[in-house]
Write a protein that binds this ligand. Structure first.
Ligand SMILES: [Zn+2]
Length: 197
């Protein structure tokens, strides 16, 4: 795969070929929300299978918990996961640019972005997939080794994070179909694809 170092100056000859601005595009946000349903089913199926297969002991304890406390705990923990998810995007934006990313919050979604930078396909895919891959991998290891009460929280965290990555996955899929030398600008809640010619 051809790599182009991140740049703040759009190279000569590139033109905008696709853009998506979540704040302005209500139907894109709606589609993203619809897409979270199959994403939730798939990730719930996988992580629940993992727990049932390897940590059935954690499920046996479920009746001992106060349901409301469990639910409130999960909401609180997932709020932290949302922040960690965006920080994982930001970590790789920083790694590639050595500049601080921007973070934001807009009603249904949180975001990290780098509005001043144009990324090549490979780096953009790494930035987009970082939270899904990192949090899922750490979550799987922790599910296997943590004490039973923690496993339920980890199950909630991994499912929530993977479900929330549906927008990231869509953009990765889209960028895979772009030409090798595509440049991508991620403003956090807006995406622009530039092609040569
Ligand atoms: Zn994300």
């Amino acid at each position: 795969m051809k790599t182009i170092p991140p740049t703040r100056q759009l190279p000569e000859g590139y033109r905008l070929t696709y853009s998506l601005y979540l704040k302005a595009d209500k139907s894109a946000v709606l589609w993203m929300q619809v897409a979270t349903i199959p994403a939730f089913i798939l990730s719930a199926w996988f992580f629940a299978w993992l727990v049932l297969e390897f940590r059935a002991d954690a499920i046996r304890d479920i009746g001992r918990f106060n349901n409301l406390a469990l639910l409130l705990g999960l909401v609180a923990v997932n709020f932290v996961v949302l922040v960690v998810h965006e920080l994982a995007h930001g970590l790789f934006i920083w790694f590639f640019t050595r500049h601080r990313p921007i973070y934001g919050w807009h009603w249904f979604y949180a975001y990290a972005g780098a509005p001043d930078w144009y990324f090549d396909k490979l780096r953009y895919i790494v930035i987009a997939l970082a939270p899904l891959v990192m949090i899922s991998a750490i979550g799987i290891v922790l599910i296997l080794v943590s004490p039973a009460p923690v496993v339920l929280f980890l199950l909630g965290i991994t499912i929530f994070n993977a479900t929330g990555a549906v927008g990231d996955l869509w953009l990765v899929l889209k960028s895979l179909f772009e030409p090798e030398d595509v440049l991508i600008r991620d403003t956090g809640d807006g995406f622009e694809f530039y092609q040569r010619g």
